[in-house]
Design a protein around this ligand. Structure first.
Ligand SMILES: Cc1cc2nc3c(=O)[nH]c(=O)nc-3n(C[C@H](O)[C@H](O)[C@H](O)COP(=O)(O)O)c2cc1C
Length: 284
């Protein structure tokens, strides 16, 4: 099991000591052109999670490749680059320019930008032709049948899945005005966990691909539940904003949670949740 950060939830150049506690650092999504992102306010707290409408603010591909990536490589932490775009060619062009990194995560699911017009499978297929690097497809649980999307991206050549991205949400202030300037944003944090566990379980069953599980992980027990549903690796997102010490804490809690559950190690927990219908171990 590798412990990662969720894309957009950690700036490794600003907090290298946090990144070094992880088994891999996942960048903020990089788009072909620089993006200022959405107007403020871009973050709102709600009772059970956080709303963000950052709008994929990032320096753009050229500056990322020339300036950010070389500095990230120097941290000594395996780097995963999150790639975004507006059509399959955008994604493929960035993939073709990436070398000397651990993996590529294709952000096929950002709620704060208009959807890429091309289908998830088309984007994965274009990227598959553009790079030999491991390709993880990051999907949204908003799709009515996420397992179907998972099967399609697996057939198109994805090596793994990152599950899940945020869900769209709205929060209102006292005067009943939307708290975010954009009106809506991506909902993350504790409330997402059951939704994410479902996505991991059905996609593990549908594809058998390695999965990075995320969505509301805040404790070692949460991480163990993702593993039990079939995730091989786990990512920390929203929790990092309130607790930069979460990587070390979650890791030590995970060892204790495994012991409590009678599981020898995190890797032994992968897929042990049984489906009520079949009683079978989830394949992962
Ligand atoms: C402030 C913020 C920025 C995010 N930016 C990105 C991003 O650039 N690319 C992406 O794929 N996901 C992004 N996400 C989604 C997270 O990577 C993650 O999928 C989601 O927040 C669920 O995990 P969590 O509940 O642990 O936060 C962002 C989430 C937050 C809260």
């Amino acid at each position: 099991m590798r412990l990662l950060n969720a894309s957009g939830c950690l700036d490794a150049l600003a907090a290298p000591e946090v990144a070094r506690e992880l088994d891999g650092f996942v960048t903020k999504t990089v788009t072909p052109l620089p993006r200022e992102g959405a107007a403020p306010p871009r973050i709102a707290e709600t009772a059970h999670g956080m709303l963000n409408a950052i709008g994929l603010a990032n320096p753009g591909r050229e500056r990322f490749l020339a300036d950010h990536l070389p500095r990230l490589r120097e941290l000594g932490v395996p780097v995963w680059v999150s790639v975004g775009g507006f059509c399959a060619d955008d994604y493929a062009e960035t993939c073709s320019r990436l070398t000397d990194i651990e993996a590529v995560e294709l952000n096929l699911s950002c709620p704060n930008v208009d959807e890429a017009a091309d289908s998830a499978a088309e984007i994965v297929a274009a990227c598959r032709s553009a790079t030999p690097l491991p390709l993880y497809a990051k999907l949204s649980a908003a799709h009515p049948d996420i397992a179907e999307v998972a099967r399609a991206v697996a057939a198109a050549g994805a090596d793994g899945l990152s599950l899940v991205n945020t869900l769209r949400g709205t929060a209102l202030d006292k005067q009943l005005r939307p708290m975010l300037a954009r009106g809506s944003g991506g909902y993350s944090g504790p409330a997402l966990k059951p939704v994410a566990l479902h996505a991991v379980r059905v996609c593990a069953e549908a594809t058998g691909l390695p999965i990075v599980g995320m969505g509301g992980v805040a404790s070692g027990r949460d991480a163990l539940e993702f593993l039990a549903c079939g995730a091989r690796d786990v990512a920390l997102g929203t929790v990092l904003f309130s607790d930069p010490g979460a990587p070390a804490r979650v890791r030590s809690e995970l060892a204790a949670a495994c012991a409590d559950a009678g599981v020898a190690s995190p890797d032994d927990a992968v897929g042990i949740a049984k489906t009520p219908e079949t009683g079978e171990k989830i394949t992962a």
